[in-house]
Design a protein around this ligand. Structure first.
Ligand SMILES: [Zn+2]
Length: 423
C-alpha cells in the first residue's frame, strides 16, 4: 500500500486512535494525568500556536495547563446504576457545562503497534497520549497562560500553512472534534442540553442522565440514529479529462483570488455514490456529461468537518461547456496539459497571500462557499501578495499540492494516473 496517495491533513502515520479505550474512564483518566500527555488547545476554532515560530503547534502538558483550564476528570455511573444506565455515563463529562475535552489517540511512532512482534499489546500501545481541549470562558487565565508559555491563538485556516504533515493530521482531527462538540450543545430530538461521553466522541441528550419529571424519555435514546456521533461530510472533487486525456476541465468562482482555477467540486448528496456525485456536479456546473469515473484519494478538511473525495472522470465526446444551469461558476474551460505543466512548475503558480485566504474564509458561510474554500488548501511559505490584472479571466494559478485539487492537477499533468484505482 506504499503507493497510496497521501494528502495534507491526513498526517501519516495517523495517531493510533485506540477507539475502544474511549469507553473506559479509568484508562482515560490515566492518560489525562500522565505528565507526558499533550493537549492541543482551541479557542473559537483557533489553535494555540507557538509565538514567533511560524507553523508550530504549542502542545501543552497537564502541568502547564493547570486544573482550572482542564476541568474535571472523566466520570463514571453511580455504583448502583443498572447496566443500561451505566452506558449513559461511559467516560462522561459531567456537569455538561465544562469545556469539551476529546481524546485523540496515542503517538506510538516510537514503538509501532504491529503484528510483527508477539510482545506488542494492541490494547495498550505505548507513547504519549493526545487530547484536544476547547478553551471556553474568559474567566479562566488563558491570557496569563499564553504569556507564560509564549503562545498565541493562530488563524484557523492559515495556521495549517506551515505545519509539519504529522502535526497537521493531529490538528485536523482535533479541530473537527472540538468544533463538532461546540456546535451540538442541544439535542436535535427534544431541545434539551447535551453532554459529552466516550471521551468527546459522543453527545447524548442530558435527559438520559437527568430525566425530566412527567416527560417521556427523549426518542434520541432509542433505536438507530446519527444524532449523537461526530459527522464527516463528504465533498467530491474531480479532475475531468476530455476524450483525448490531454485537457482538464477547471473552473473558477467569482469570489476566488484572481487568476485561480481549480477542479470542480460539490457535496455528495444522500443516496449518491462517488461516481454519481461526480457526474451530477460536472453536469450542473459545466453542462458536461461524464462517462467513466475512478477514485483517486481523499483528504480530511476540518473546516468544519468535510472529507474531500478526489476522483478522475472522462468526459463524453462533442460537448459544449455551459454555465447557465446552476450559475455557480464564473468561468470553466478545458486547459491543455502543457499549460498546466508550466503553471505547476512556476514559482508563482500556486502562491496565495493571507488576503487570498481571508477572501475565501469570509465567503465560507454556505455549502457552495465551503466547497470553494476547500478548493484552496494551505499554501507554501509565500506571504507576498500576487497582483493580477483587474477583470482578467486568464489562468495564472492553481491550488498548491497541499490541496487535493492541486494533487489531482499535478498527478495528471505529470503523467501519474497509473496510481489511480490499482492494487
Ligand atoms: Zn433529547
Amino acid at each position: 500500500m506504499g503507493d497510496n496517495i497521501v494528502n495534507f491533513y491526513a498526517g501519516q502515520p495517523p495517531l493510533n486512535r485506540v477507539a475502544f479505550q474511549r469507553h473506559s474512564s479509568e484508562v482515560m483518566n490515566r492518560h489525562l494525568n500522565d505528565p507526558e500527555t499533550r493537549f492541543l488547545v482551541f479557542k473559537d476554532g483557533k489553535p494555540l500556536m507557538k509565538k514567533d515560530e511560524s507553523g508550530s503547534i504549542l502542545f501543552l502538558t497537564k502541568n502547564q495547563l493547570g486544573d482550572d483550564e482542564l476541568g474535571k476528570e472523566f466520570g463514571v455511573a453511580p455504583s448502583d446504576a443498572s447496566s443500561e444506565t451505566k452506558k449513559y455515563y461511559e467516560t462522561s463529562r459531567l456537569p455538561h457545562t465544562q469545556p469539551p475535552l476529546v481524546f485523540l489517540g496515542i503517538d506510538d511512532r516510537q514503538s509501532p503497534t504491529t503484528n510483527s512482534s508477539s510482545k506488542v499489546d494492541h490494547l495498550n500501545p505505548q507513547g504519549p497520549a493526545y487530547f484536544a481541549l476547547d478553551a471556553q470562558g474568559d474567566t479562566l487565565n488563558w491570557d496569563e497562560l499564553l504569556e507564560r508559555e509564549n503562545g498565541e491563538w493562530g488563524d484557523a485556516r492559515s495556521s495549517g500553512n506551515n505545519m509539519s504533515p504529522w502535526d497537521a493530521g493531529v490538528y485536523a482531527q482535533g479541530r473537527a472534534l472540538v468544533d463538532w462538540n461546540a456546535r451540538n450543545k442541544f439535542c436535535p430530538a427534544c431541545g434539551s442540553p447535551t453532554y459529552s461521553l466516550w471521551a468527546g466522541w459522543k453527545r447524548n441528550c442530558l435527559s438520559s442522565v437527568q430525566p425530566i419529571e412527567g416527560k417521556e424519555p427523549c426518542f434520541s435514546t432509542k433505536g438507530l440514529h446519527n444524532f449523537a456521533y461526530p459527522r464527516t461530510d463528504p465533498v467530491i472533487i474531480m479532475g475531468i479529462l476530455d476524450s483525448t486525456g490531454e485537457k482538464m476541465l477547471l473552473g473558477r468562482q467569482k469570489s476566488w483570488p484572481k487568476g485561480m482555477y481549480s477542479c470542480l467540486a460539490g457535496f455528495i448528496e444522500p443516496g449518491e455514490t462517488f461516481e454519481d456525485a461526480t457526474r451530477r456536479e460536472v453536469l450542473e456546473e459545466a453542462g458536461i456529461e461524464v462517462g467513466p469515473v475512478r477514485y483517486s484519494s481523499s483528504q480530511p478538511w476540518p473546516f468544519p468537518s468535510n472529507l474531500m473525495v478526489g476522483t478522475f472522470g472522462r468526459a463524453k465526446d462533442g460537448q459544449t461547456i455551459r454555465l447557465d444551469l446552476d450559475n455557480e461558476l464564473e468561468d470553466a474551460q478545458w486547459f491543455p496539459k502543457s499549460l498546466l505543466q508550466s503553471i505547476i512548475s512556476s514559482p508563482s503558480g500556486s502562491t496565495f497571500s493571507k488576503k487570498d485566504y481571508k477572501q475565501l474564509d469570509d465567503k465560507a458561510q454556505s455549502h457552495h462557499d465551503q466547497e470553494s474554500s476547500a478548493a484552496l488548501a494551505p499554501s507554501e511559505k509565500k506571504p507576498d501578495e500576487l497582483v493580477a490584472k483587474e477583470g482578467e479571466l486568464g489562468l495564472s494559478r492553481v491550488p498548491p499540492s497541499t490541496a487535493i485539487a492541486g494533487q489531482l492537477i499535478r498527478q495528471w499533468a505529470r503523467g501519474e494516473l497509473d496510481l489511480v484505482s490499482k492494487l
